[in-house]
Design a protein around this ligand. Structure first.
Ligand SMILES: *Cc1c(COP(=O)(O)O)cnc(C)c1O
Length: 416
C-alpha cells in the first residue's frame, strides 16, 4: 500500500514508536556488528555533542556569513584545530563540508579551476592520476566535472607506486591523489614520494585523509609508526579529513584544507546573474546543517587532546588484537601492513566471502574485499566489546565453510 500524508499530525509516541519499529531489523551498530557506517566514542563527549547538535538544530551554515556569525566562528575554530593537527603551514585555509565526498568534490573542483585559470588552459579537459585504491568519490568527482580519472596499480605493499603514477601523467594532468590510509587495505600511500613528484611536475597533490585525518595525528603523538602524509609535506596542496569518522562528530561533518589561501579561493562558488543578487557558497552544497558545525566544535572541545589520545590508543590496541586473532588462524593473513585500524584479511584455502555470508546470518554485517577475496574491517571503539563474540562466530563460520569444502561462491555480491 502506498503511504499517504496523514490528514492530521500523529502523536509523538506513535511517531517515535513507529520509527523504532521500522528500525527493529537493522543491524545493531551499537554492538559493533557493522564493519562501516557508524562511529562512536561512547563517552560523555558524545552526549555533549548531541546536545550541541539539537541546540543549533534549525540554523543553516549557508547563512553563516550574513545571519549566523556564531556559526562562522565555530567553523573557523574547527578548521583552525584541523589545520594544526594536520601540520599546515602559515597561510593555509580550510572549510567544513558535509562529508568526505563533498570535501573531495570541492578539492577536485579547486584543482580544476586552478589549472584552467592558467594562461591558455581554460578549455583543457584535465585528468586525475590516482592509485587504484582511491575512493570512488574521485570517480564521482571526475564524472560530475567531466575529467578523466586514471587509476594506477599499487605496489606489492598495496601503497601508491609513484613511478607508475609519474608514467601515467601527461601535460593535461591537473591532480595527483594519495590516501592516508586507503579504504580497501588501510595502508597509507607513499605521500612523501607523491609530494616530491607533485613538486617536480608542478602538479596539485590531494591527500584523502578522510578516514585517517583525525586518528593518524594522535597515533603519531602516541609514538605509533605513521608515515608522513599531511600538510607538513611541501607538495601536499589540499587534504580532506572527515570529522564524522574518527573525529566522532555527528554526521554530516568533514573538513577540507588548502596549503595556500589562494588555492582555497578556487573552491568558492559565486554567481550574480539572476534576479535575487550575489550568491556565494564556500563549498559544493547550499544549505548545510549548522547543527553539525556546532556539534563538531562541541565534540573537539569535549574530547580535547587527551580524549582523542585515549580513544586512539584504544582503537590501535583493538586493531592489534584483531590482527593477532586472525594471524592465529592457520591459512589466514592480513593484506599488506595496515597502518591504523582498517584492515583486509585474506585466505588461500577458503572463500572468506562465504564466511562473510555465514556471519551475516548470525547478525554481523562484515566488510568484504574482492582483491584479494577477503573480509574487511574499519575498527572503532564500537568493536571493542564485540571482539570475543565476533571471533566465536567467525571461528564457527570458518570451520563450517572449510568443512563444506571452502570453494569460492562467485554469486556473493560485494556491496558498500
Ligand atoms: C569515507 C571515505 C570517503 C568518503 O567519505 P563520505 O563521508 O562517505 O562521503 C573518502 N575517502 C575515504 C578513504 C573514506 O574512508
Amino acid at each position: 500500500m502506498m503511504t499517504t500524508l496523514p490528514d492530521a499530525g500523529l502523536p509523538r509516541e506513535d511517531i517515535l514508536g513507529a520509527l523504532r519499529a521500522m528500525s527493529a531489523d537493522d543491524f545493531s551498530w551499537q554492538d559493533g556488528r557493522l564493519s562501516a557506517y557508524a562511529f562512536a566514542c561512547g563517552q560523555e563527549a558524545e552526549r555533549i555533542a548531541r546536545d550541541a547538535f539539537f541546540q543549533h538544530f534549525s540554523v543553516n551554515a549557508l547563512g553563516a556569513r550574513r545571519a549566523f556569525p556564531g556559526l562562522r566562528r565555530m567553523e573557523a575554530e574547527v578548521v583552525s584545530i584541523g589545520l594544526q593537527l594536520l601540520r599546515a603551514p602559515a597561510g593555509a585555509a580550510g572549510f567544513m563540508t558535509t562529508g568526505g565526498t563533498e570535501s573531495i568534490l570541492a578539492a577536485v573542483r579547486a584543482s580544476r579551476n586552478a589549472a584552467r585559470a592558467r594562461p591558455g588552459r581554460a578549455r583543457h579537459r584535465g585528468n586525475i592520476v590516482a592509485p587504484a585504491t582511491a575512493h570512488p568519490a574521485f570517480t564521482k568527482a571526475a564524472d560530475l566535472m567531466d575529467l578523466e580519472l586514471r587509476r594506477v596499480p599499487v605496489g606489492g605493499d598495496y601503497r601508491s607506486d609513484a613511478s607508475a603514477m609519474a608514467a601515467a601523467m601527461d601535460g593535461d594532468t591537473i591532480l595527483l591523489v594519495g590516501s592516508a590510509p586507503c579504504f580497501p587495505y588501510g595502508v597509507i600511500d607513499r605521500i612523501d614520494e607523491l609530494s616530491e613528484l607533485a613538486l617536480a611536475r608542478d602538479a596539485w597533490l590531494h591527500v584523502d585523509a578522510c578516514v585517517g585525518g583525525y586518528i593518524a595525528p594522535f597515533a603519531r603523538m602516541l609514538g605509533h609508526p605513521v608515515p608522513d602524509f599531511d600538510l607538513a609535506l611541501p607538495g601536499v596542496r589540499s587534504l580532506s579529513a572527515d570529522l564524522h569518522k574518527f573525529g566522532y562528530c555527528p554526521k554530516p561533518a568533514s573538513t577540507v584544507f588548502y596549503r595556500r589561501a589562494e588555492d582555497a579561493r578556487h573552491q568558492a562558488f559565486e554567481y550574480d546573474d539572476w534576479p535575487s543578487g550575489r550568491y556565494v557558497t564556500d563549498t559544493v552544497v547550499g544549505t548545510r546543517p549548522g547543527a553539525a558545525v556546532a556539534a563538531a566544535w562541541a565534540m573537539l572541545h569535549a574530547m580535547g587532546r587527551e580524549g582523542y589520545l585515549d580513544s586512539t590508543r584504544r582503537v590501535l590496541d583493538l586493531a592489534a588484537r584483531y590482527r593477532q586473532r586472525y594471524a592465529a588462524c592457520p591459512g589466514l593473513r592480513i593484506v599488506g601492513q595496515p597502518h591504523l585500524s582498517l584492515m583486509a584479511v585474506a585466505a588461500d584455502d577458503v572463500d572468506l566471502h562465504r564466511v562473510g555470508e555465514c556471519l551475516k546470518a548470525r547478525g554481523w554485517l562484515p566488510g568484504m574485499i574482492r582483491e584479494p577475496r577477503g573480509l574487511h574491517h574499519m575498527l572503532s571503539l564500537l568493536h571493542e566489546a564485540a571482539i570475543e563474540p565476533y571471533f566465536r562466530d567467525f571461528d564457527a563460520c570458518l570451520r563450517a565453510v572449510r568443512d563444506a569444502g571452502g570453494a569460492a561462491d562467485a554469486r556473493i555480491e560485494v556491496l558498500y
